[in-house]
Design a binder for this molecule. Structure first.
Ligand SMILES: CC(C)(COP(=O)(O)OP(=O)(O)OC[C@H]1O[C@@H](n2cnc3c(N)ncnc32)[C@H](O)[C@@H]1OP(=O)(O)O)[C@@H](O)C(=O)NCCC(=O)NCCS
Length: 208
């Protein structure tokens, strides 16, 4: 890819929302705190196995609203891209399915990493795969990514299955380099993509 003129990341256009066959994915906004808190509590038993931020406890609606507002600001500053994924159809109303996003933003390299967690009642319905597929297309198609990473604890077999189904290549496998929320040691499986070649087909649009 030819060198691009270096620009201040705050001037990068990030077209929202991203739409998939079942979901609308958008940056987190003020007002999202209560819904995020509800699905966080629903999913707590599994989240606390894998997500480092659970070490701070479930928190309250107002604490989660604070996180939503801080991350709304980070999105505008282009320092992080926390997103939420809702169902498309209002049945009876849009249901919040997952928290996700692009993180570890390196605008010079155009390297990003994908993170995700799905509410417990929606597990094993293909939502994480749909979200990560969409964010992969979005990163390369809308943000001119050169490198896209997804990392998972080595024992997190459900997450690793999602990543491997999407055709990411295993870049590194470390034995013990992180501490899980329960204090036990874990390794990290880091997967990478440099393009969307052979990504499972998915209709994804953004900015519409
Ligand atoms: C990992 C997680 C996001 C997966 O979400 P999901 O929407 O259920 O994922 P999908 O339905 O797209 O795919 C899950 C795949 O893992 C498989 N799977 C589920 N549990 C598994 C387990 N314990 N061991 C191995 N595979 C498992 C499913 O069968 C499915 O594969 P398949 O399509 O071949 O049948 C979800 O379990 C979660 O939120 N976990 C807690 C947070 C977390 O670990 N986030 C990732 C941090 S890297």
């Amino acid at each position: 890819m030819p060198n691009e003129i270096k620009m201040d990341p705050i001037l990068v256009d990030i077209p929202m929302p991203i739409q998939t066959p079942r979901l609308v994915i958008r940056n987190v906004m003020p007002g999202d705190g209560a819904q995020v808190q509800a699905i966080k509590e629903e999913t707590w038993d599994i989240l606390k196995k894998w997500m480092p931020w659970t070490a701070h406890g479930t928190g309250s609606i107002s604490e989660t609203e604070k996180v939503a507002r801080e991350n709304y600001a980070k999105f505008i500053l282009r320092t992080d891209m926390m997103m939420v994924a809702h169902t498309l159809a209002p049945t009876p109303e849009q249901e919040l399915i997952a928290c996700t996003g692009l993180h570890n933003l390196d605008w010079d390299v155009r390297s990003f990493s994908i993170g995700y967690w799905v509410r417990a009642s929606a597990h094993n319905k293909g939502y994480a795969s749909e979200i990560a597929n969409a964010l992969t297309r979005f990163a390369f198609g809308a943000l001119n990514a050169r490198r896209l990473i997804i990392s998972a604890a080595t024992e997190n077999t459900a997450s690793r299955r999602v990543i491997e189904k999407l055709g990411f290549d295993l870049e590194s496998l470390s034995a013990y380099d992180s501490v899980l929320p329960d204090g036990s040691m874990s390794g990290t499986a880091t997967y990478v993509r440099y393009n969307t070649d052979n990504l499972p087909p998915l209709d994804v649009t953004w900015g519409v």
